[in-house]
Design a protein around this ligand. Structure first.
Ligand code: GLC
Length: 746
């Protein structure tokens, strides 16, 4: 593995650091977001609020905005007081970079960052969907594509991957992360870091990753965004920290601290998390940035008396860069001069930032090259193909009663639902650099695939159902495809929902369509697991389409026509009713595991299992597994199973390997995913798939941070989802097996 920085590069950083004034060092720790100024007499955020709550109409907002200006903080850059900006226009980036490089005393380049979570121009599926492809190579390729496209627009730093394990789909940001399981999330994390960071064939090909949100944000109480988080150490160590540990091991350069408090201490000012665990224990080489406005919010948290105190605590805790509040800019100098913060804190933060800029090549290539600018205004075919492949591999077939699907190409189809004809809705949360011209709606994709298709909007997540449309749709088609779900705004940040059934009158629309007596296919567009108990009971075919990005329309059409055999799986459990949340497969057994006996861990008024469990997904063919073998090979368990295509068409099976530590010094989950393998199989073909499970990965951390490998009975499972019963028992001893490092606990 080549050194992260050469000796010469390290020397350049040290020489620079020793020549910087305190103000210049603090300037590097300051990230500005482009602010809208002028033309109105209230802060921009308040304008947005007024528009959101209806005090300001969209037209009034537009009029105000027409006179507003954008403040790119040029003067502050010129004074060396800005280290980073959130800007994505290449010409603007070069213009601002020129100020930083040519008009400041030391010419330190800016680093431009942006939320590139699932693609830049070639937007691919939201993370909760793409994680369900169980295809790390694909995940890496899409990240590499995003890195190239964004670097050509001046963006060298992605606030991605988002690695928040989430078990409660009421939280809107489940859409942005890789689901509920630490093993799949870690595979996703590694793949994304590789894809974003590793292609050093040119500085145009890689960016710095920013792992977020560190840590525990996905466990906000009651699924309510920004809410408090409480969890035992063993839950934190064995689940929520795992993808971050994996990503830093893979070489991730930067991290973003999360908004939430963890057991009473906001991550933003939490030295145990930032300095002890992330920097010392994991060994993060680069820097930690706050989330937007988060330092200021420590006053609201009640952990800091005022902004200066928040700034002091954050800097002391190891938070290196302030996103958007300018608290560091206005307070750190005085805090250092008064001896409330040591200069070494500022030096360490500044060094980390300078080293990432050096690692990115920004000191030698600060500008986006002419040849790169505009390079992706027309998407290369391979990018479009990759976005399509990711979309096709991420959709999940949940139900196909009577093999309604695939639909014959000459079928008369009534395509229903406003979401089917809306380019914005296929993109998903946090995509901000896509072009309409590159988007294929489901209507567009389906019209190409099915010439006898007619489209009837009928309504969607918001507003009334159009009765006339619905009547016509029921009359026309031999089969009805209803595209329903959530708008993009109903998931993502600040989008928690207390009821995660289909919003609005969509169920009533489904009832009308079902009343026609014609076969109805429900295609879902949503950013979270939905409570689908009613739909699962009444609708014969359900395809989970998520928000699959620019090629969603073609992917859905290819799956519905059978051109593509669906192979996606669920990275998160789906409940039958909202009240089951949080719901996840890797839960402890309890002393009274749920059963049909009343006095067990269950509900009176809801099922006790997930409606659709983690790892679940159907295909147009069927697979059967047999011959599970588990062999103790010293440091590893050699696990294998045979998987056969017992159906009528080719497909790719996803075999999952789980374990259970049956008796331990802490209660352990009834299942833990430890590996997975794909197998391309023709009808009748059988293959053996393997999982080499390192024994050191079979342990757990206890609440004291000790990593425990305890001899005893283990159950090894192989299957096509987390409810599989195919199992072998094995007694294991871990004598001489290397352990994972213990966690430092406070
Ligand atoms: C937001 C999000 C974070 C994002 C940041 C910058 O509030 O929490 O995920 O990266 O601000 O846009």
């Amino acid at each position: 593995m080549t050194a992260r920085l050469t000796e010469e590069q390290r020397d350049r950083v040290e020489k620079l650091l020793s020549s910087m004034t305190l103000e210049e060092k603090i300037g590097q720790m300051n990230q500005e977001s482009v602010s809208i100024v002028g033309g109105f007499d209230v802060p921009f955020e308040q304008l947005i609020e007024m528009m959101t709550d209806g005090r300001l109409s969209k037209e009034e907002f537009q009029t105000i905005m027409s006179t507003a200006k954008t403040d790119y903080h040029e003067d502050a850059i010129r004074k060396g007081l800005v280290g980073s900006l959130m800007v994505q226009d290449p010409e603007k980036c070069n213009e601002l970079q020129r100020i930083a490089v040519e008009e400041t005393r030391l010419g330190i380049p800016l680093i431009f960052g942006l939320d590139v979570i699932h693609g830049f121009r070639s937007v691919y599926p939201i993370a909760i969907a793409e994680a369900g492809s169980f295809d790390p190579e694909l995940m890496e390729e899409t990240a590499s594509m995003a890195a190239r496209e964004s670097r050509a627009c001046g963006v060298a730093w992605h606030f991605a991957p988002m690695l928040d394990i989430a078990r409660d789909a009421r939280w809107g940001r489940v859409s942005e992360g890789p689901g509920e399981d630490p093993c799949l999330a870690s595979a996703f994390a590694r793949a994304k870091v590789r894809g974003l960071q590793n292609d050093h064939s040119s500085t145009d090909h890689y960016v710095a990753a920013c792992l977020k949100h560190f840590v525990g944000y996905g466990a906000v109480e009651s699924g309510k965004d920004y809410n408090t988080v409480s969890m035992a150490n063993h839950v934190l160590f064995n689940n929520y920290l795992e993808p971050f540990r994996a990503a830093v091991e893979e070489g991730a350069e930067t991290v973003m601290a999360s908004f939430n408090d963890l057991n009473g201490v906001p991550s933003t000012v939490n030295p145990w998390l930032l300095r002890t665990i992330m920097k010392k224990h994991f060994g993060l080489p680069g820097f930690i940035v706050s989330d937007a406005n988060a330092i200021k919010e420590c006053v609201a948290h009640g952990i800091a008396e005022d902004e200066a105190d928040a700034g002091r605590q954050a800097a002391e805790a190891g938070l290196d860069m302030d996103m958007g509040t300018e608290i560091y800019l206005h307070n750190l100098k005085k805090l250092v001069e008064e001896g409330k913060i040591s200069m070494s804190v500022v030096d360490d933060a500044c060094r980390r930032i300078l080293e990432v800029k050096m690692w990115l090549g920004l000191f030698d290539h600060p500008y986006t090259r002419e040849g790169e600018i505009g390079k992706y205004e027309t998407l290369p075919e391979e990018h479009v193909d990759l976005a399509l492949r990711s979309a096709e591999e991420s959709a999940v077939l949940l139900k196909n009663e009577g093999d309604i699907l695939p639909i014959a190409g000459d079928a008369k189809i009534s395509l229903v639902g406003n979401l089917a004809d809306d380019k914005e809705q296929i993109i998903g949360a946090w995509a901000m650099s896509w072009k309409e011209k590159d988007c294929v709606t489901i209507r567009e994709g389906m019209e190409k695939e099915f010439p006898k298709l007619r489209y009837f909007p009928c309504g969607g997540p918001e507003g009334e159902i159009n009765e006339a449309d619905a009547e016509e749709a029921c009359a026309y088609g031999d089969v009805i495809v209803a595209v329903l779900g959530e708008t993009v705004a109903m998931s993502g940040e600040a989008s928690s929902r207390a009821d995660i059934t289909l919003p609005g009158d969509q169920r009533q629309l489904l009832e009308k369509l079902l009343a026609s007596g014609k076969p109805v296919v429900l295609v879902l567009m949503n950013g979270r697991p939905l409570a689908l108990g009613w739909e699962a009971e009444h609708v014969p075919a359900i395809l989970e389409g998520w928000h699959l990005g620019i090629q969603m329309g073609n992917a859905i059409a290819h799956i519905l026509s059978g051109r593509k055999n669906p192979e996606g799986r669920l990275s998160s459990s789906f409940p039958a009713v909202t009240g089951q949340c949080p719901i996840y497969y890797n839960h402890p057994n309890t002393g009274r595991p749920a059963s049909n006996f009343k006095f067990t861990s269950r509900y009176l008024d809801a099922p006790f299992q997930a409606l659709y469990p983690f790892g679940f997904g159907l295909s147009y063919t069927t697979y059967t597994l047999r011959d599970l073998k588990v062999e103790d090979k010293g440091n590893v368990l050699g696990i294998s199973a045979k998987v056969k295509n017992t159906g009528k068409c080719s497909g790719r099976a996803t075999v999952q390997f789980y374990m259970q530590d049956v008796t331990a010094s802490l209660v352990r989950p009834i299942r833990e995913l430890k590996g997975f393998a794909k197998a391309e199989l023709a009808p009748g073909e059988e293959k053996t798939v393997f999982c080499s499970l390192e024994k050191k990965r079979m342990g757990f951390w206890n609440n004291q941070g000790e990593y425990r490998l305890e001899d005893g009975l283990f159950r090894i499972y192989a299957g096509q989802d987390s409810t599989t019963e195919m199992m072998q028992e094995i007694r294991l001893s871990f004598d001489g097996i290397e352990k994972e490092p213990d966690y430092p606990v406070i």
